[in-house]
Design a protein around this ligand. Structure first.
Ligand SMILES: Cc1cc2nc3c(=O)[nH]c(=O)nc-3n(C[C@H](O)[C@H](O)[C@H](O)COP(=O)(O)O)c2cc1C
Length: 141
């Protein structure tokens, strides 16, 4: 059984194309060793990544990635356990550059990525509001 994690994040300021290349090189090298596969979509300063593989490896990798200073605002979107088939069996880490001119569907994918980030932000704000409302409920004088 496998685990799949999806998250979204923003480039840290001053991230260079060399940083992106380094991330990809590290990912391919490490993921191959661990049997981790997935995809990393990049567009307009945003990352969306899916990592899948053995549970312990995927969870450990996500923790490492979450603390990586080359990106920020890492928002966990989804964790699935007990997966029996991989979505990306052939890619230790496939990069999808959504801004590349050669992609006819780039605009739609970019829109979906941005909308996912906005929806997640809104959900985070709502959760904070709910949290505060519950807190007040328990601290009424
Ligand atoms: C957006 C993003 C995605 C990453 N994806 C992976 C990945 O799939 N696999 C990986 O090993 N490291 C990935 N990294 C890099 C890790 O955070 C970390 O730097 C790396 O695993 C350390 O490798 P090393 O121990 O070989 O130096 C990613 C970093 C970022 C910012």
């Amino acid at each position: 059984m496998l685990t799949r994690i999806k998250y979204i994040s923003r480039f840290a300021p001053q991230v260079t194309p060399q940083d992106l290349k380094a991330i990809l090189d590290e990912s391919v090298k490490n993921n191959q060793k661990k049997g981790v596969t997935g995809v990393l979509a990049i567009s307009k300063g945003l990352f969306f990544q899916i990592i899948e593989g053995p549970r312990a490896d995927v969870e450990e990798l996500y923790k490492t990635i979450a603390f990586d200073r080359r990106h920020e605002d890492v928002l966990l979107l989804n964790v699935e356990h007990s997966i029996s088939t991989r979505l990306y069996p052939d890619w230790s880490m496939r990069v999808l550059d959504l801004d590349s001119d050669s992609r006819a569907d780039g605009q739609t994918l970019r829109f979906l990525l941005r909308a996912t980030l906005d929806a997640r932000r809104l959900q985070k704000d709502l959760t904070s509001t709910l949290e505060r409302a519950i807190w007040k409920e328990f601290h009424k004088t």
